[in-house]
Design a binder for this molecule. Structure first.
Ligand code: HEM
Length: 440
């Protein structure tokens, strides 16, 4: 499809032209995120979170590289290097550390919103299945990176978190224990584990960045979906990415980063655990070992398997359920067979979507709370519902639901019946038109 507003990239400056003829990188960027890239004109604010995820990935890489310049990856020096050297002696070291700590939490917040946007608007459906699956690969890599990063300060939660999480592997019969010892480089977390976790924690964000490039590349083949889920029909349905979405993404990112700055400056330890300010002690197990908040729903699923079934024991069921809860998302494009993408036109799907959100919030609460009989039962119900949602409810809803009528085109849905010609790309609607009346 060609777009009359899309001007080909023409470098004006002789130096830019010289570079472009030899390495057409600026041309590539212009086509990907500049004035040459067509985007549906009706994207709402939920579409801002992909760019925000990219911003937080960048913040993590930049702050992480500088932190690594002052960090000692040794079991004797790690805790002091973080809590004394970086926090007190390095200029603005406290800011770097708090920005990195809270940056991890915010990276997960924006990524979770980005994922739920995809779940609600059916962004995982054809032709964007690979965009979705590459996103899940990014998410798994993020989890591995965050887990290893949490070990680095070598506090009590670092140590015992590493014990518990690497302990998952020993649930597998035969290969489990040798695998765990191989991963740790010993029988318990120690120097070998700390050194390799530091090395991988430094490496993985760059692997994530590489997968993000594939993610965006795969997205740019069909282009972004939109809140109606209706395909772009002609150029009236689109706007150039720049300046329209650079402006919208830009101001929203500034507002969102303000919230991040508020937490980083005024409540930097709010999302952390106080026990991680106690140096790691292999002889003193904390009363209540919890991972970081963004793992809580999965931790709840893990702990909800408390009984042996068939020839598999409870611990292995827990590990299988936890990994299964993420792996099943790879099959979502084929589990949900409805031809309608957007949840806004799927009345039954929409209700179950919100029920799933509540279910995951409950799982999150249970994962972070101490185990009591009530919490354990609540966790089991919520974990069972999670699987029922994806494996039973979603296939049934997609087979039997009657969707609402879809708009004929994106521009029709935007202009509320006004003809799309009334508001050509990049210009204000005609005075007195329906679009102007709505804006007023
Ligand atoms: C570092 C992490 C990530 C970055 C930087 C990133 C970046 C982006 C960007 C810039 C877009 C286009 C703008 C938008 O639609 O918001 C996008 C779209 C998309 N992303 Fe991600 N993403 C990340 C993680 C994920 C994850 C974890 C998933 C899902 C599991 C995912 C699934 C998708 C899907 C399905 C789309 C297409 C949305 C549509 O057009 O409807 N992404 N991503």
């Amino acid at each position: 499809m060609s777009f009359s507003w899309a001007r080909p990239y023409e470098p004006k400056h002789p130096v830019a032209r010289w570079i472009d003829e030899r390495l057409p990188l600026p041309r590539l960027v212009y086509g990907a995120i500049g004035g040459g890239y067509p985007v549906p004109r009706n994207l709402n604010y939920w579409w801002n979170f992909g760019v925000l995820a990219g911003i937080f990935l960048t913040i993590q890489i930049v702050t992480g590289i500088v932190l690594a310049m002052h960090y000692y990856a040794s079991v004797d020096g790690a805790f002091t290097s973080v809590n004394q050297l970086i926090m007190r002696d390095v200029s603005a070291g406290w800011l770097l550390r708090y920005a990195h700590m809270n940056g991890a939490s915010f990276f997960f917040i924006v990524t979770y919103i980005h994922i739920f946007r995809g779940l609600y608007y059916g962004s995982y459906k054809a032709p964007r299945e690979l965009v979705w699956m590459l996103g899940l690969v990014i998410y798994l890599l993020m989890m591995a990176t965050a887990f290893m990063g949490y070990v680095l300060p070598w506090g009590q939660m670092s140590y015992w978190g590493a014990q518990v999480i690497t302990g998952f592997f020993s649930a597998f019969p035969m290969i489990g224990e040798p695998l765990r010892i191989w991963i740790l480089g010993g029988y318990a977390p120690d120097q070998a584990a700390l050194t390799r976790f530091f090395s991988l924690h430094y490496l993985l964000p760059f692997v994530i960045a590489a997968v993000v490039i594939l993610h965006i590349w795969a997205l740019h083949i069909p282009g972004s979906s939109n809140p109606t889920g209706v395909d772009v029909k002609d150029e009236r349905d689109t706007l150039p990415f720049h300046p329209f979405y650079t402006a919208k993404d830009g101001w929203f990112a500034a507002a969102f980063l303000l919230v991040y700055a508020l937490l980083t400056y005024f409540a930097p330890n709010y999302l952390g655990h106080p026990d991680n300010y106690i140096p790691a002690n292999p002889l003193a197990t904390p009363a209540h070992i919890v991972p970081e908040w963004y793992f809580w729903p999965f931790y709840a699923i893990l702990r909800s398997c408390t009984f042996n079934l068939f020839w598999i024991d409870a611990k292995l069921w827990g590990v299988l359920a936890m990994f299964g809860s993420i792996l099943l998302l790879f099959f979502l494009p084929w589990i949900d067979r409805s031809p309608v993408r957007s949840g806004s036109y799927r009345p039954v799907f929409k209700r179950f979507f919100w029920l799933l959100v509540v279910d995951i919030v409950i799982l999150g609460y249970v994962g972070g709370a101490p185990i009591t009989p009530f919490n354990a039962a609540l966790g089991q119900i919520a974990a069972a519902y999670y699987f029922v949602h994806f494996l039973i409810i979603l296939p049934l809803v997609s087979a039997f639901e009657t969707p609402l009528p879809l708009p004929n085109s994106i521009s029709e849905s935007v202009l509320h019946g006004e003809t799309a010609e009334a508001a050509p790309v990049g210009q204000a609607p005609r005075p007195g038109s329906v679009a102007t009346a709505t804006a007023e």
